[in-house]
Design a protein around this ligand. Structure first.
Ligand SMILES: NC(=O)c1ccc[n+]([C@@H]2O[C@H](COP(=O)([O-])OP(=O)(O)OC[C@H]3O[C@@H](n4cnc5c(N)ncnc54)[C@H](OP(=O)(O)O)[C@@H]3O)[C@@H](O)[C@H]2O)c1
Length: 279
């Protein structure tokens, strides 16, 4: 059985749907990953072969003022899961982020590039990556710029704002690859099924700025909205973000045969699914 922790989250829900009978989902009502007792009891009772940890404190700006919570959930919680996995010989799959990088490299980041987080969120997720190795069987999957049907995300925010306004200002100096949670979930399953271990990058292919992404969302959704540019420093958010943090995903393709589709194609598929109301 593949146990998905954080199964009510944006990624968790798509992963559970794709896993079908192989999956079992739990979330904060069943397990608190910040409590070693809760983790040991639940994992010890369920005895899964694989634990995929999608649970996290994902409010990037909130992490700046809630360092203890960020470290407890994103860092220490992973250590407890890893120790519980070690005790039963299970594989731990930990989901991580491009925010462990500083974005200064100028070309896509490979799995072996040195991390250098700029934010508390990035630091806490890096701690989680390191703690995952308490389980001899572990897999770290780094991703970025997620959107999906079951959580707050940039696409949903743009569609809401685009219905109210005919002009928006969006940052154009952060570059990354928007990634659909369904494609990420597909890659996680491919990594598990191919017996992969260690660190992998998984994101939809090709890249854009948030500004370019917003323009694509409005074009694909048939909304007539002018998207003006602004800089990250003008936006002045509490947490620093990497400016160029695209992820090199060729190791995923080489080891599993799975190649995530281009972000724009994925966006089109997502909007079609969303419009069909089949969720
Ligand atoms: N979203 C992105 O753009 C992005 C980008 C890169 C990487 N990631 C990573 O991808 C993974 C999935 O992200 P997501 O956006 O799907 O997350 P999400 O929607 O925020 O879901 C996280 C889930 O974890 C639960 N949770 C929080 N604290 C917990 C605890 N102490 N014990 C058990 N469950 C707890 C949350 O419950 P509550 O809602 O009740 O708190 C929520 O159901 C995370 O590891 C995240 O760091 C996300």
């Amino acid at each position: 059985m593949i146990l998905v922790v954080g199964a009510n989250g944006m990624l968790g829900r798509d992963l559970i749907a794709l896993l079908g009978d192989r999956g079992h989902g739990i979330d904060i009502d069943d397990i608190d990953i910040t409590s070693p007792e809760s983790v040991m009891t639940v994992i010890g009772e369920l005895k899964p072969e694989v634990v995929v940890n999608c649970a996290a404190y994902t409010d990037v700006d909130g992490c700046e003022s809630n360092t203890e919570t960020a470290m407890a959930v994103n860092g220490e919680g992973v250590a407890y899961l890893a120790m519980a996995c070690r005790d039963i010989g299970a594989l731990l799959v930990q989901i991580s982020t491009d925010y462990i990088f500083d974005g200064g490299k100028g070309t896509p980041y490979g799995e072996d590039d040195a991390p250098c987080p700029l934010s508390v969120y990035g630091e806490s997720k890096l701690a989680g990556e390191m703690n995952a190795s308490f389980s001899p069987e572990h897999l770290v999957v780094r991703t970025q710029w997620l959107y999906g049907l079951h959580g707050k995300n940039f696409v949903e925010t743009m569609l809401r704002l685009g219905a109210e306004k005919d002009e928006l200002t969006v940052v154009d100096d952060q570059i990354g690859s928007p990634t659909w949670t369904v494609d990420l979930a597909r890659s996680i399953i491919a990594l598990i099924d191919n017996g992969c271990r260690g660190v992998y990058h998984s994101a939809n292919s090709e890249y854009c700025s948030w500004n370019g992404f917003a323009q694509a969302i409005f074009e694909e959704a048939g909304l007539n909205v002018t998207v003006k540019p602004m800089t990250t420093s003008e936006l002045n958010r509490p947490a620093r973000r990497p400016l160029y943090s695209t992820l090199e995903c060729s190791k995923l393709a080489a080891d599993t045969g799975f190649r995530p589709q281009a972000w724009r194609t994925a966006l089109r598929e997502y909007l079609k699914l969303r419009a069909s109301n089949s969720y």
